[in-house]
Design a protein around this ligand. Sequence first.
Ligand SMILES: [Zn+2]
Length: 345
Amino acid sequence: MKARALVLEKVRELSLREIELPTQVGPDDVKIKIDTVGVCGSDVHYYTHGRIGHFVVEAPMVLGHEAAGVIVETGANVRNLKVGDRVCMEPGVPDLSSRASKLGLYNVDPAVVFWATPPVHGVLTPYVVHPAAFTYKLPDNVSFAEAAMVEPFAVGLQASAKAQIKPGDTAVVTGAGPIGVMTALAALASGCSSVIVSDLVDEKLAIAGRYPGVSIVNVKRERLADAVAAATDGWGVDVVFEASGSPRAYDGVQALIRPGGALVAIGMPVEPIKLDISSLSAKEIRIETVFRYANVFDRALAMIASGKVDLKPLISETFPFERSIEAFERAAEGRPNDVKLQIKM
Ligand SMILES: [Zn+2]
């Protein structure tokens, strides 16, 4: 069936128009009336560059993958959700019988189908069909706007899980973009006692620094290693989360981490980077990587509902669907005060 949607026609060309989209509700699916969609860095990157790595936009594609809405139809087998339930959706759907899925690593199943990753359409359209297994009911006190933040927050939570945070751990997050800030909040909610967030942009750091437990370092003016040494009596933090994707963030990173600590790579550098393995080995630093998330959406919702995490201050502005092209142009400007822009259907 044809539906109105925000369509990326090709690099730097968006349109709001009718497009053919799947509307068949299978026995294990639900149909969702979309309420709110967050604009993600990846959506913006497809708009400005037409590709991310080997994913290339070769045909018109609907954007958007950070979404919340209301169930309007359920398939015959669906038991966990009913019409009228408020929900948010995990945008990646694996093959549930794959080897990776059976291991609980469904995020790295090579067969994952992910919204707004070519050639799969995203959700900036009034209705979508999705498997009930990857659709999560919202607690009553979690708004649609907060629920549309669960997807990026889930990356931070996955990073915290990979870090194996222990009560009272200290951490550094390099990069104060949306994922960096959300990683700092996830680390604190997961048991960290304090987090140092570093970046080059004061406005971004100021937003992160408003949260209790977060201190900030502008690496243009101050050496991160000095700040870490001062905060930890020269011992180093338990975990460094790299959330900038900048190769420079890895220069001397081993000096920030305590012996036996962890380095968690979240940002995706465009090119291979240099790592001083000998120095990392001399401290037995554990290296972890993060690709999206698995089994954390329900935990993220519970953390938001309980008040342990407040993502509302990170929503910078909300645009109506009819102005979604404007929202993308604004996101592509990369204003330093903008954390998350959202679109309300
Ligand atoms: Zn996203």
